[in-house]
Design a protein around this ligand. Structure first.
Ligand code: MTE
Ligand code: MO
Length: 321
């Protein structure tokens, strides 16, 4: 793994939000790397390119100045069915997951297939910070400072062939550590699978995340390696990935197979196309409460229209939902 998090530090002692804010000030003010600071929670951030956010980054969608969702909400309100269906289950049970060592199989239409240790797959590609909105199909949303690498850089490394039209991602199947996979009540046909069209995968916004808030990904957020596609509903952003396969045919994704009327392959955030059971016009921006629902209007492509609308030109988005 990239860095180790000592198990003797209770998570309650780590305050990523405060660390993050200090780190931000430092990055913006000094613009140099933090040499010599060895605290594990900083280690990931140390590898970051220390540029401050610029207007050009905002134009690309890499950054938003909206209020970030506090770390505690990002790490406590999750969907990760491998650990259960309750939003609190992943934070409660993901600790059982072993994320080190981690390897990723790269298969299909690529020049360099193989089983890569995660650190080898990432080697030579700079980590970047991206502050993205992520909007769940269940109509809640967050703003999260991710750390990761653009997927196109990883794909360039494994050399897709001319036949590669889609990328299929497969998550870990390890029922010994993932109690949701042992559940008799689970309706999901494990492992969890997601996919993107090649041009979606190559879009500069598409990120493979390894961290958030300047530290390693919490296990409940998909450690050690997950996808983040900010203009699509959250379920596309598959966690704990062990296989990346390039294909000629559109992959059969988990949710699409489970409920094709409700979840399409594209799953672009679209306030004009309702889910069959609820409206998609509004979202709850976390944190919210009974007294402050923090309800905001959902934007087309989750606000990334300028960056991605061209990918779907001429497509009927009611049909290809
Ligand atoms: N492997 C896996 N990935 C997954 C899921 C899952 O159940 N299993 N849930 C998805 C859904 S529905 C959402 S909204 C996001 C939530 O990501 P977060 O918990 O980091 O906010 O993860 C997605 N990735
Ligand atoms: Mo979701």
């Amino acid at each position: 793994m990239l860095i180790k998090q000592p198990h003797d530090i209770a998570s309650s002692e780590i305050t990523p939000e405060s660390i993050y804010l200090r780190r931000r000030e430092f990055m913006t003010g000094a613009g140099i790397a933090l040499a010599g600071m060895a605290a594990p929670s900083w280690a990931l951030a140390e590898k970051l390119d220390a540029r401050a956010a610029t207007p050009a980054m905002a134009d690309k969608g890499f950054y938003t100045s909206e209020d970030k969702t506090p770390f505690k909400d990002v790490a406590r309100y999750n969907n990760f069915y491998e650990f259960g269906t309750d939003k609190g289950d992943p934070a409660r049970y993901a600790d059982a997951l072993t994320v080190d060592p981690w390897s990723v199989m790269v298969e299909g239409e690529v020049g360099k297939p193989g089983t890569y240790a995660l650190e080898d797959l990432l080697k030579g590609i700079d980590l970047e910070e991206r502050i993205y909105r992520l909007r769940c199909v269940e109509a809640w949303s967050m703003v999260i400072p991710w750390i990761g690498i653009p997927l196109h850089k990883l794909l360039a490394k494994v050399e897709p062939t001319s036949k590669a039209k889609y990328v299929e991602f497969t998550a870990l199947y390890r029922p010994e550590e993932m109690r949701g996979q042992r559940s008799r009540f689970s309706t999901i046909d494990w492992p969890y699978v997601e996919g993107l069209r090649m041009d979606e995968a190559m879009n500069p916004l598409t990120l493979m995340a390894t961290g958030l808030y300047g530290q390693e990904l919490p296990k409940q957020n998909g450690a050690p390696f997950r996808l983040v596609v900010p203009w699509k509903y959250g379920f596309k952003s598959i966690k704990s990935i062990v296989k990346v396969r390039l294909t000629e045919k559109q992959p059969a994704t988990t949710w699409q197979q489970l409920a094709p009327q409700e979840y399409g392959f594209y799953a672009n955030v679209n306030p004009n196309v309702d889910h069959p059971r609820w409206s998609q016009k509004y979202e709850r921006r976390l944190p919210n409460s009974l007294f402050d629902p923090n309800r905001i209007k959902t934007r087309m492509f989750n606000g990334y229209e300028a960056q991605v609308a061209h990918l779907y030109k001429g497509m009927n988005l009611r049909r290809y939902y």
